[in-house]
Ligand binder design. Structure first.
Ligand code: AMP
Length: 503
């Protein structure tokens, strides 16, 4: 696997791989710690190659555990510390790991051996080598990421070592030749973190960590960034927007910054305009891709002409190795400006959903013409002058502050609460069509005698046991009945209109 080879190569230099507040790891240390952990996994688990679950945020030991898992020939499953116990437990039950590293101290009943930070330190303290013959092979899953699933249970997306090599091949032409400092803010459980973890390490860059705590305290975050020497910014547009609104994100803070790389959701004109005013020396890349096809599959450098056009900003062209196709009702679209579903074909397309052949069969395919593996994204796009433009989803999936959410996932979980018979969740969008927050309409089983405010507070508290914070609707309103549309389904447009009536 390329990233492991590159890690070994840079381990011979004195470069810094990771900075996390006062702590640092050199490439040599990262290589040694991950070798040691891989050896321990192999000695402890023998021939068993079940995935390693790593539960945490961005602790300094997280990255050595990731590379340790890969060097021991197994996948890792990152579980973000913000996941409530019940949701984390569902994932752990699906994965059935034999070992779980836990930086959070949460109590998860599972058959796995749990390594807390002290146990991990003990393992790291006795350096041991490992042979590259034990590393994961091309077709083996390298990680499994769990995304929102429409049934209310997260669904796992395995991505192989070969998929990640293909992703690095496609993205690296957009990176500087070697070195530099890359922002490492995106959670390990969201694949955009691969722009730092895989592409960044392949180029010998330093990963500059911004964890949840720092991201929530922008004053402290900017004070840290000022000393970072950051050359490459990687985030969702939402995080950059938050930083822009605070006013302090400008060239004086990050004088060495030369590129912004955005992925994961719509990049707006307003964000691009502000950034290009504030960072005249930096280029802005808009990239696009679903987890199922490994981080990103298109890229566009945003030019002044694009910024001044009234069209949305393009998601760009396919990166090297990737083939894109547009289809409508099974017919390939060749005409410019005609909208269809985007299909992704090539070596970055993953094997399918973890333990869900039914879902895999619906979304993944092998193209009879080319033999390439393909994935139906559910994203609607059109093409113009060789560039692709994104124009929304064909289903109920959406992005909220960069998080991928299935509305049915939230509805199914709200319906598990004791007094909720039925739930309908709608996104509230701003003038640019971007989802700003969620509103839930709820049919109660029986009157609860609470005021709307007290009810909303109580229900949010109950929902927090089942859903991560970013999936909890900001507004929760009881209804006597749901309006229905002509096909007899809940009329979400009518519900959204009610929000405008009662701001
Ligand atoms: P995820 O699997 O979390 O990376 O989410 C993938 C989905 O995010 C895609 O299928 C799109 O709907 C959306 N997405 C990703 N990148 C972009 C982008 N640059 N512009 C618009 N939507 C995007």
């Amino acid at each position: 696997m390329t990233v492991l080879k590159q890690l070994k190569a840079f381990a011979k230099t004195d470069r810094t791989a990771l900075v996390n507040q006062e702590q640092q790891l050199s490439y040599r240390e990262l290589d040694e710690l991950s070798d040691t952990f891989a050896r321990w996994l192999l000695d402890t688990l023998g021939k068993d190659r079940s995935p390693l679950v790593i539960c945490g945020d961005k602790e300094i030991g997280f990255l050595p555990c990731i590379f340790g898992a890969l060097k021991s020939g197994r996948a890792y499953v990152p579980l973000d510390s913000v996941l409530p116990d019940e949701r984390a437990a569902q994932i752990v039950a699906d994965v059935a790991p034999k070992v779980m590293v836990d930086f959070t101290g949460r109590k998860l009943a599972c058959g796995a051996r749990i390594l807390n930070p002290a146990a991990l330190e003990n393992i790291f303290a006795a350096p041991k080598p490992i042979s590259s013959g034990d590393w994961i092979k091309d077709g083996d899953p390298a990680y499994i990421l769990f995304t929102s699933g429409s049934t209310g249970r997260p669904k796992g997306v395995p991505i192989t070592a070969g998929n990640l090599d293909a992703f690095c091949r496609g993205l690296l032409p957009f990176y500087p030749e070697e070195g530099g400092v890359v922002l490492h803010q995106v959670s390990y459980s969201f694949d955009v973190s691969g722009c730092a973890v895989y592409a960044g390490i392949c180029r010998g860059m330093t990963l500059f960590t911004v964890d949840h705590q720092l991201a929530a305290d922008l004053g402290a975050c900017f004070a840290a960034l000022e000393k970072s020497g950051l050359t490459l910014w990687v985030s969702t547009p939402s995080f950059a927007e938050l930083c822009v609104q605070s006013g302090r994100l400008e060239e004086g803070l990050l004088p060495q910054l030369r590129q912004f790389l955005f992925c994961g959701e719509v990049l707006t004109h307003s964000l691009c305009d502000t950034l290009s005013e504030r960072f005249p020396k930096a280029r802005i890349l808009n990239t696009y891709g679903p987890t199922e096809a490994t981080v990103l599959v298109t890229a566009a450098e945003i030019t002044g002409k694009m910024r001044h056009s009234s069209r949305p900003l393009p998601i760009g062209k396919a990166i090297e190795g990737v083939t894109l196709r547009l289809e409508q009702n099974g017919r390939e679209i060749t005409k410019e400006e005609e909208t269809g579903e985007l299909l992704i074909l090539g070596p970055t397309v993953g094997p399918g959903y973890f333990g869900r052949p039914d879902l895999t069969e619906k979304a993944f395919f092998t193209d009879p013409k080319t033999g390439l593996r393909g994935y139906r994204t559910g994203d609607l796009c059109y093409r113009q002058n060789g560039l692709y433009y994104y124009c929304g989803r064909a289903d109920n999936q959406l992005k909220l502050n960069g998080y991928r959410i299935e509305l049915e996932d939230i509805e199914a979980n709200l319906q598990k609460l004791p007094n909720i018979r039925r739930a309908a969740v709608v996104p509230v969008r701003n003038g640019e069509g971007i989802a700003e927050y969620l509103a839930a309409f709820l049919l109660l089983r029986e009157p609860d005698g609470l005021t709307p405010l007290k009810r909303a507070i109580a229900l949010k508290k109950q929902a927090a046991a089942l859903l991560p914070p970013y999936m909890i609707p900001r507004r929760l309103m009881a209804v006597e009945s749901f309006p229905l549309n002509v096909s007899g389904k809940i009329d979400k447009k009518a519900l959204a209109a009610r929000l405008e009536e009662t701001p």
